[in-house]
Design a binder for this molecule. Structure first.
Ligand SMILES: NC(=O)c1ccc[n+]([C@@H]2O[C@H](COP(=O)([O-])OP(=O)(O)OC[C@H]3O[C@@H](n4cnc5c(N)ncnc54)[C@H](OP(=O)(O)O)[C@@H]3O)[C@@H](O)[C@H]2O)c1
Length: 305
């Protein structure tokens, strides 16, 4: 456990910075629940899948290819179903939606966990900046495509990040969605993560009056494969900070797992969660007009794909 985790203590939920995914699910029996998670083959997604399956859930583990998903699913004990979902390819995401629908089971939770971070050079997919497309549009197609399969009290968990606070001043640069009018790796990552947050807020608004909930999560700062594009100086700084300040992967997976299955999170909706508690996002991350606008332009974009 890091020094910070020892000092931080727990929040109102009874959990906090140092809580692990195993701890936040202790005593829970998830038998009968089906939970879909993207990015199941690495980092936080792999640990979340392991713990959810250990507690009895059937985890539908999505990775970029069926081979990767199968290998990841075979590596954990419990009930898992591998599916392919390449978020950069709408056809793959739609095929994943169909494969999950074909299972004919209600989903207790969808955890939109997969992501990429800080691509050094601007890249576009279907005219949108690649991080915004993969992290947001890919998951937009997946989650909206599966709403019919979400249980009446189902939960949607979007992996955002504290890095959403580094998004452009306007939150979403509607006049620069392709990044051609200026690109910086972290700002674009921040934009994609505020998009994940705003999507969760707008989805929660659409869920009002039902028992479904949607939330966004900052998992903490954890050394995973996500840092593959970081420059060597940042990587070195992180390895020095690791024992002091960084979360471990079991701690990093705790908030998404808590949001997806803990009984105390069943009525929390439209929130930004951090360290297994409700937290405060940036002002733009609370802007419901921007959330509605993002939904509208995402829906319009998806209709062209
Ligand atoms: N680690 C942190 O400090 C941190 C902090 C804040 C937020 N987060 C968020 O937490 C989530 C999980 O990150 P992590 O740290 O566990 O990172 P990770 O170890 O790099 O895992 C990311 C997962 O996303 C998958 N992925 C990447 N591109 C994809 C695509 N085009 N289609 C489908 N899947 C794709 C990866 O698959 P491959 O292995 O095949 O590439 C991998 O399974 C991300 O959304 C990230 O933004 C992490």
């Amino acid at each position: 456990m890091s020094l910070y985790a020892l000092l931080a203590g727990n929040g109102p939920s009874g959990f906090g910075y140092g809580s692990t995914a195993e701890q936040v699910t202790e005593g829970l029996d998830l038998n009968g629940a089906h939970i879909l998670i993207t990015g199941c083959n690495s980092g936080l997604g792999r640990e979340a899948m392991r713990v959810l399956a250990m507690r009895g859930a059937t985890v539908i583990g999505a990775a970029r290819s069926l081979e990767k998903a199968t290998a990841a699913c075979e590596a954990v004990e419990g009930s898992t179903i591998p599916v392919a979902c390449e978020l950069s390819e709408p056809a793959s995401v739609r095929a994943c939606v169909q494969a999950v629908k074909d299972l004919g089971v209600p989903l207790q939770a969808i955890i939109a966990n997969a992501g990429i971070m800080a691509l050094p050079k601007p890249q576009q997919l279907f005219g949108w900046e690649r991080q915004l497309f993969v992290n947001h549009i890919g998951h937009f197609i997946l989650v909206t495509g599966l709403l019919d399969s979400l249980a009446a009290d189902g939960r949607v968990v979007m992996l955002s990040s504290a890095a959403h606070k580094g998004a452009p001043k306007v939150g979403i640069e509607q006049d620069n969605l392709g990044g051609e009018r200026g690109y910086t790796p972290w700002k674009s990552y921040g934009q994609s993560k505020i998009a994940n947050l705003l999507f969760a807020r707008e989805l929660a608004r659409r869920f009002e009056g039902t028992d479904r909930v949607a939330n966004a999560v900052h998992p903490g700062v954890i050394a995973t494969n996500l840092g593959r594009h970081m420059n060597p100086v940042m990587v070195a700084a992180m390895s020095v900070a690791k024992p002091l300040a960084l979360k471990t992967i079991p701690q990093g997976a705790a908030t998404e797992v808590w949001a997806a299955v803990h009984p105390d999170a069943a009525k929390i909706s439209g929130e930004y969660l951090s360290h297994c508690n409700v937290a405060k996002s940036s002002a733009q991350g609370q802007d419901m007009a921007l959330a509605a606008k993002l939904w509208e332009i995402s829906e319009a974009k998806v209709a062209t794909l």
